[in-house]
Ligand binder design. Structure first.
Ligand code: ARG
Ligand code: ZN
Length: 480
């Protein structure tokens, strides 16, 4: 978020210098370069220090025949220190020009770090706008666990997903989950193709050359790993889901007449459009049911993108509009990715070590859904998970390395922690925690310690024994 404008901050900096009796003639600040990484335990170079992004305006033109992407990123940020230079994360592609507040800035590449050096230093607290023009054929990033992410070519189009670090393959930014921002993503594609992203489509126009441009607006803060783009031939469906003003007990239908209703837009690639339509149609019902358990849906739009198989290895909870390969577009996965809108997208982990706050909760959301609507008690799911050795390889809050981030303990043992919490504090208090947690950290970031402290304050219990064994303990306890 941005609080002060640059002029005011610059004036303050000059006053500070005068007050300090500084004789420097320029009146400039003496900034230092922002850090090249945020020292995330799993990805130390991911993200950058010295500034906080408030808004990304991305303008992307894509030609699926050549795979070439032409981009302009306009990044509005606030300096959190006096800045002589700052970094953005960007993998591949070629930067042709950069400006800061409209003035050409020196730019330099080293690995996945793009450094911009503005002509004038930026004082702490000042808002600034960095513009980067870039182009090239984006390459997917191979994740530590061997999966592919980032910008990926499809048959006649492209799909972009970014968990944990793929977004740097298609736009420069502060690619750590701790720096969330609003987005406007403008996509220009050849005639006959369509293009989708997060949020709502605010504009669509056809240019003189026949190319189609659409503008997608994400109002609520979004971590960059949740940004998505889908380009190709799609069929869409629209509906509405219960919004924040929906009746407490009325979440089970389309609720089309609700003043606060949330627009739902789904898009499925043509070959999988028909088969995926019935489940796409269940999104309003599922979101309504989840709102009853987790509190109001946290965003102003919703939906899903369903792809033909062959490009994506897994579904991802891209904000407002999760992405699915057709093979994993089933009800359990849909419930999982929609639950992430509360747990992961609205309440975002402060760092990748806190990922179980996403995956443990989304997995437990599947167990709760099965308990309530499919007659499978959560205790049964818990016992099944307890019996599987793969779930005990490491404690959910301490994955040994980046390649283990998405391993079974983060999901299944993460969900087991929540079930044990429920058994310890009782259903009524557990429900209060399930609704209160996403309310307290709505659109913000949270750590594992934030969660354990929150659960203890709501339950008024010291839960150390529970955390020691289930969240941090090595190996399997004697009894489930
Ligand atoms: N968050 C995704 C889910 O809903 C999985 C992402 C997996 N990413 C990876 N690089 N393996 O479970
Ligand atoms: Zn998940």
């Amino acid at each position: 978020m941005i609080h002060r404008n640059r002029t005011a901050a610059a004036a303050l900096a000059v006053l500070a210098l005068l007050a300090g009796g500084c004789t420097q003639a320029t009146g400039g600040v003496r900034g230092a370069p922002g850090a090249a990484g945020l020292r995330d335990p799993y990805f130390p170079k991911l993200g950058n220090g010295g500034y906080d992004v408030g808004h990304y305006a991305l303008s992307l033109a894509y030609d699926p025949r050549t795979g070439r992407l032409d981009g302009t990123a306009e990044i509005t940020a606030r300096a959190t220190q006096d800045l002589s230079a700052f970094n953005l994360d960007l993998a591949g592609l070629t930067v042709s020009a950069a400006t800061v507040d409209g003035v050409p800035a020196a730019h330099h590449r080293a690995g996945n770090e793009l450094t911009l050096r503005p002509r004038e230093e930026i004082p702490e607290g000042a808002e600034f706008r960095a513009t980067v023009r870039y182009a090239g054929v984006p390459e997917p990033i191979t994740d530590a666990d061997g999966s592919e992410e980032g910008w990926m070519r499809t048959d006649g189009g492209a799909i972009a997903v970014g968990e944990p670090q793929g977004s740097m393959s298609w736009f420069p930014g502060n690619h750590h989950p701790s720096d969330k921002a609003a987005y406007d993503i403008t996509l220009t594609v050849p005639a006959g193709l369509d293009a989708f992203s997060n949020g709502v489509r605010t504009e669509q126009r056809t240019g003189a050359d026949g190319r189609v441009t659409s503008v997608w607006h994400t109002a609520e803060p979004m971590a960059s790993y949740l940004a998505t783009v889908a380009i190709g031939r799609y069929e869409t469906s629209t509906a509405t889901a219960p919004g924040p003003d929906a009746d407490e007990d009325g979440g089970s239908g389309g609720a089309g007449s609700d003043a606060g209703a949330v627009p739902v837009l789904t898009a499925a690639e043509r070959p999988v459009a028909k088969a995926s339509a019935p489940l796409r149609g269940e999104i309003p019902t599922i979101l309504g049911r989840q709102a009853e358990r987790f509190g109001p849906y946290p965003f102003s739009s919703a939906g899903a993108i369903v792809m033909t198989d062959g490009t994506l290895d897994y579904a991802l909870e891209t904000q407002t509009r999760p992405v699915f390969p057709a093979a994993s577009f089933d009800r359990a996965t849909l419930v999982h990715e929609l639950a992430h809108q509360w747990f992961g997208d609205s309440v975002t982990p402060a760092g990748w070590q806190d990922l179980w706050l996403n995956e443990g909760f989304a997995t437990y959301a599947e167990w709760l859904y099965a308990e309530e609507y499919e007659d499978v008690p959560a205790r049964t799911r818990f016992e099944t998970a307890f019996a599987q050795d793969a779930n005990w390889a490491f404690p959910p809050a301490a994955p040994p390395s980046a390649e283990n981030l998405f391993d079974p303990p983060v999901y299944q043992r993460g969900a087991m922690v929540l079930h044990k919490l429920r058994e310890t504090v009782g259903d009524r208090v557990f429900d209060e925690i399930l609704r209160g947690w996403p309310a307290k950290y709505r659109h913000a970031n949270a750590t594992t310690d934030d969660f354990t402290a929150y659960a203890e304050s709501v339950s008024r219990k010291d839960l150390d024994a529970l955390w020691d064994v289930w969240l941090y303990g090595d190996g399997k306890p004697a009894r489930p």
